[in-house]
Write a protein that binds this ligand. Sequence first.
Ligand SMILES: [Ca+2]
Length: 258
Amino acid sequence: MIRFHALASGTLFLFWVWVAPFAQTARPEVGARQTNSLGMELVYCPAGEFAMGSPPEEKMRQEEERVHRVRITRGFYLGRTEVTQAQWSSLMEVNRSRDKGDRLPVQNVSWKEASEFCRRLSQREGKSYRLPTEAEWEYACRAGAQGPWEPVDPLQDLAWFADNSDEAAHPAGTRKPNAWGLLDMLGNLAEWCSDWYAPYPAAPAEDPGGPAEGTARVVRGGSWRHFRPMLRPAARSSSPESYQYPHLGFRVMMAAAP
Ligand SMILES: [Ca+2]
């Protein structure tokens, strides 16, 4: 019996030695999904490097979108859609959305309220949720696409925007996904990012999180009320953090296990 025990322990030890290195390096597949306790789908975005901003030849670009290399050093999960009103109401007392509906994205939320939602979700799940940085947002929106941005499909198929929205938000995730499976990155609601708004640094950056202080927060993606120039991965916008608009919502970022 003792001999068997020793043998079993030895086998277990060898198994651990063999498995441990793989367990530490295993990463989810690009676009792998998780669903949290609110029924919110999260999409895995891998670590990587990309050209943030728009090249001079991109149509409708703004001068401030100057290209610089950005490295995202850790993979992360991003909400597959904007936070819906059903998800919002699970954690927050007041829903001030203009267009009411459980599957519609929550509207009229300030940056501080969106951050509070992330805090409560982190507490409930025992995970680390926050708003994505502007760099994480653009990286996920591009989903590996390089060079000047041109939608492969007609933009109407990818996004709810001024040409097809009938001046209202639409149920989350009812247009086509991008290459990583994310929905409504462009259009439907514009989205709060965590950074203070300021001109980009010119130098290459690693996990940039914006300046330490400012007067407005970054907003990305354009919305049901915007036209094509704002419906580009590099297009930037901003708003003071207390403002609430029917065209502005957010999606969550969840840190992946180290
Ligand atoms: Ca959006």
